[in-house]
Design a protein around this ligand. Structure first.
Ligand code: 5GP
Length: 193
């Protein structure tokens, strides 16, 4: 994923608090050529896993997941909704997710209709940091009795421990770019090989 890494280096902005801003191609304006490359790469990695559905979380994961689904024979994409109220009905799976970028806790919900025990789920997200979002999505798949085939992440911040913790639990996590360090004063970003 040389194009992804080049885009991160040329257009990514390192903010205070270990936040990488990639609004110009991933999180606000979207580089669809890059999305297409990302989708094909996730297919190369997970194409033989009999994926029946892709699960992501609103908002930034949705576009990536939809483009990726085209490579997976147009499988359905389900996105977990961030609910403002904890007062949710019996017909949904819920999990608590602490937001890395906003610092609050969201109850995320997925209707029970859309994940069934026979589903083989590929989870897709834009970033992996402390692993809260991914842990919440895995929790929802487990509540449904479905199978997590793995997670496809666009950018993993390898200096935060979410990826390490989840890999140690046995989950297959494939990140297209792993950042080993970044510096908000110099703007330097170092990738893992
Ligand atoms: P985690 O739950 O793993 O701590 O963080 C992952 C979630 O937080 C992702 O869904 C992503 O939206 C957001 N996130 C975490 N770190 C960053 C970052 O450095 N930049 C941006 N743009 N989003 C991030």
């Amino acid at each position: 994923m040389d194009y992804l890494k080049a885009k991160i280096l040329s257009d990514g902005v390192v903010k205070k608090g270990n936040v990488l801003k990639v609004d110009s191609f991933l999180n606000h304006q979207m580089d669809v050529r890059l999305y297409n490359e990302i989708g094909k790469e996730f297919y190369r990695l997970f194409g033989d896993c009999n994926v029946t559905k892709i699960l992501t979380i609103e908002a930034s994961g949705i576009g990536i997941a939809c483009v990726t689904a085209q490579s997976f024979n147009y499988c359905p994409v389900v996105f977990a909704k961030k609910s403002k109220t904890s007062n949710v009905s019996d017909s949904v799976y819920t999990s608590q997710v602490e937001s890395f970028t906003h610092g609050n806790v969201n109850t995320v919900i997925v209707s029970k209709e859309y994940i069934k025990p026979e589903d083989r789920i590929l989870i897709i997200d834009d970033f992996l940091a402390n692993g809260a979002a991914l842990t919440g999505l895995i929790d929802i798949v487990n509540q449904a009795g479905a199978t997590v085939v793995g997670a496809g992440i666009v950018i993993e911040k390898g200096f935060q421990d979410g990826g390490k913790k989840l890999r140690e639990k046995g989950y297959r996590i494939e990140s297209l770019a792993i950042i080993d360090s970044m510096n908000d004063e110099t703007g330097e970003i170092v990738f893992r090989d």
